[in-house]
Write a protein that binds this ligand. Structure first.
Ligand code: CA
Ligand code: CA
Length: 143
């Protein structure tokens, strides 16, 4: 192998390694594409499991009707959220039926700990969320 070919081969390897590094944070998420997810604990988990989540593709008007895969009621308990939707911003509310606006989150964004001021969501909404809507569902049409 000539020196030029070796350099090219190493460049290709570097590109592959680079893409794996970039992809790893998203691959840690169990929130399926097109959904918005919430968990009862920080770090996108509930009771130690990423799969213990509440997910919606349109909206949830009242989290009290949902559990984290059987690990606690989802109302007033979310401590991490992620919008894995493909087009719409998600709006979350501290009360049911889109009352008492909490914060919004663009697609492919999350906040791994609602109990601090870091991340995408503002502080003050840990263990308070009661409803969530993709933007297109707020108008009551095309959802
Ligand atoms: Ca919580
Ligand atoms: Ca609430």
């Amino acid at each position: 192998m000539k020196r030029r070919n070796i350099v090219t081969a190493l460049s290709a390897i570097a590109v592959v390694v680079g893409s794996v590094v970039v992809a790893s944070p998203a691959s840690a998420l169990t929130c399926s594409s097109g959904s918005a997810c919430s968990w009862g604990d920080s770090q996108y988990k509930t009771a130690g499991g990423e799969g213990n989540q509440v997910a919606f593709r349109y909206y949830i008007p009242n989290y009290s009707g949902w559990t984290y895969n059987g690990n606690g009621n989802a109302n007033d308990s979310a401590s991490s959220v992620y919008n894995n939707g493909n087009t719409d911003t998600v709006y979350w509310y501290d009360d049911s039926s889109a009352r008492t606006y909490a914060f919004r989150m663009a697609t492919k964004n999350g906040d791994q700990n609602l109990n601090d001021a870091l991340g995408t969501a503002p502080a003050g909404h840990n263990d308070k969320l009661s409803s969530g809507y993709f933007t297109s569902c707020l108008s009551g049409s095309a959802c």
